[in-house]
Design a protein around this ligand. Sequence first.
Ligand code: MG
Ligand code: ZN
Length: 216
Amino acid sequence: MKLIAAKSILKANDQLAVENRQRFDAAGVFCVNMVGSPGCGKTTLLEALFSHLRGSLRLAVIEGDIAGSIDAERMEALGVPVVQINTEGACHLDANMTASAVAQLDLTDVDLLIIENVGNLVCTAGFDLGEHLRIVVLGATEGDDKAVKYPAIFQGSNALVISKTDMLPYTNFSIPRITADMKRLAPDAPVFQVAALKREGTPKLAEWIAEEKTKR
Ligand code: MG
Ligand code: ZN
């Protein structure tokens, strides 16, 4: 019984995700779902992307967190329209929560919507939010074995961003190893290396996102 329930929840989620995507397409909004574990640097990466894209694309952000609004406050401080979702314990966002958050935004003022998912490499993989692109962020301090240990999220992503590369000299993280694993799981997904606080590598990622937007 439990297995059937879980399957039907996912099916309902997929249907809602399709509707979210239709909504984005109708409004000319390109949507990115950013996933990664807690502390991998998603919000700092968002800040960097905003600094690069602000001249060309109107950005909005949905922040998914179990509690609090620290990340939303950081985006708000930059003048980015932001909606905070508090999942109150749930360890991922779903398409229904996304739809509720999107209803709070005026999509006519948005070109690029980035959803920062709850920090989690596990069940975020199973929930389509209606995004056009899924980007998985992995900190150089987290270990290069994560694609092997959490394959679903890497397999289901359109790009891998290795963050905190300025920390590489202090770790045994192997760029070739994670790149090979990503290549095996998602052959078409590019791999980016960024040090977001220093804005290293982030212009290239911003450029790629903007390019992907033009393809839709
Ligand atoms: Mg964050
Ligand atoms: Zn979850």
